[in-house]
Design a protein around this ligand. Sequence first.
Ligand code: VAH
Length: 312
Amino acid sequence: RIIVTGALGQIGSELIMKLRDIYGADNVLATDIRLTDSLVTTSGPFELLDVMDADRMHALAKDFGADTMMHMAALLSATAEEKPLLAWNLNMGGLVNALETSRELGLQFFTPSSIGAFGPSTPKQNTPQDTLQRPTTMYGVNKVAGELLCDYYFHKFGLDTRGVRFPGLVSYVTPPGGGTTDYAVDIYYKALEEGKYTSYIEQDTFMDMMYMPDAVQAIIDLMEADGSKLEHRNAFNVTAMSFEPEQIAASIRKHIPSFELSYDVDPVRQGIANSWPDAIDASAAKNEWGFKTLYDLDAMTEDMLAKLTQKV
Ligand code: VAH
């Protein structure tokens, strides 16, 4: 039985549906700080939870009879740069509460890290699994500290903690909020609504990306993997592709030939993007737990446009 925090977030909203599909709706407790009417809150158990409320988190997990915790609640990179102290308190305070609840109740534990855990001094091409991590964003500081804290709970308390470093995630169910890679989501909405998009990330800015179905499957594959085979645990590099704005525009033009891309660069989010790798190496995840992806850029574009056409 699985308790999920941040269940209404960009990852959470699709993770919940996949978990309920596999393990049964009643075995997946969705929690979030707010209640908005959605498939997440209507297709199975839902409870309001502020991840800063350790007592309520413990009580919910215990009463539900959880054996697994997936902690997805966090502020993303751009929001964290606007409100760094709030980001530290929420991202780290929420994580400590989730780890403590999991330790006290003996839950298997998952939380995501990010390519944001790398910084300007990290090798940008084929970024290794084990390498220099000196991020220059509060989000990156949170992710590096989070990776180390999850490793600590494994070594110190034997807690079965697991995690991946996600790239930018593209999805159509719930628009992301406050990320740097969100341009790669917004562009599809605007392509359909207006036939054009003004990108806040400049041309030739390469970042790792992944389509959400592949990201959700990666979480499940890692959590189902044989723990004795995991050399790494809480920070597996995972990626499906690396592209820059012109390439996603070219992919869209295969469906909307008249699509126009222009630029109005946001220095804050461009600065964050510049500090991240261009393309990371996911071989540890492939070797240790069989990580794989189904969607490349054109397959993602085709599915995004089809699903958004149905949605809008
Ligand atoms: C963000 N989508 O942009 C998140 C993610 C790698 C990017 O961490 O902050």
